[in-house]
Design a protein around this ligand. Structure first.
Ligand code: TMP
Length: 232
């Protein structure tokens, strides 16, 4: 069975993940590689429903305040579905999967932002996701204030265009986002082999070519280790 490469993108809202995923997907496809992109929450029919409940700030008017533990469990329900329905089948066929957010987001937002703690998130990850980790995580971590400014502006545009909002998280104050930001830095320190941090604010194209280099290096490592095990 051939194995693809699972790459996740992480960072605060407005850190530029979505743009970078688009650039990377286009570059890899131009090299003739099969690429599957998705986001969490979302990316499956069930996930899209969960996304609407979790992200629309009007959900709570209808459903009542969402408990932090319920929020965590819904994020993992979405993740379980996309692993089974999209990510694992694509990897089994040898594709490169680019996923906009994964469990590091739960650790940063629910673990630190909501205060549930990393241990609970990592235990949930083991139980629900079989502890499946990406082969590479690109963490975009520009300055906190510039991410927040971009995220709030984008959400205003989204609300004007679609008549719905995705503001439930963006309403959180700077303290919440400071905890999220700090937790991302902590994850990067702990997982230094898996997580590549891009913290500066270089132009989009310059960041895109750095990410492509990192991905090429990871693909070469995989090819070399596959060759070694074929020889043994
Ligand atoms: P985005 O798709 O625009 O990045 O927005 C997704 C939002 O959901 C973002 O505010 C972060 C939040 N989120 C969590 O709080 N926990 C999670 O596990 C995931 C995947 C997302």
């Amino acid at each position: 069975m051939s194995h693809g490469l699972f790459i996740t993108f992480e960072g605060l809202d407005g850190s530029g993940k979505t743009t970078q995923i688009r650039h990377l997907a286009a570059a890899l496809e131009a090299e003739g590689r099969r690429v599957v992109t998705l986001r969490q929450p979302g990316g499956t029919a069930l996930g899209d429903r969960i996304r609407a409940v979790l992200l629309d700030s009007r959900s709570e008017a209808e459903l009542g305040a969402i408990a932090p533990e319920a929020e965590m469990a819904l994020m993992f329900a979405d993740r379980a579905q996309s692993l089974r329905e999209v990510i694992l089948p694509a990897l089994a066929e040898g594709a490169i999967v680019l996923c906009d957010r994964y469990t590091d987001s739960s650790e940063a937002y629910q673990g630190a932002g909501r205060g549930l703690g990393s241990e609970r998130i990592l235990a949930m990850h083991k139980a629900v996701c079989n502890d499946i980790q990406p082969g590479l995580t690109v963490l975009l971590l520009p300055r906190l204030q510039s991410s927040l400014y971009r995220a709030r502006r984008r959400n205003e545009r989204h609300a004007q265009k679609h008549g719905t909002d995705e503001n439930r998280f963006e309403r959180e104050g700077d303290d919440f986002y400071t905890r999220v930001h700090e937790q991302y830095r902590e994850i990067a320190r702990r997982e230094e082999k898996r997580v590549v941090v891009i913290a500066d604010e270089a132009p989009i194209e310059a960041i895109a070519s750095r990410i492509l280099e990192v991905v090429h290096a990871r693909l070469e490592e995989m090819a070399a280790s596959a060759e070694r095990s074929a020889v043994q």
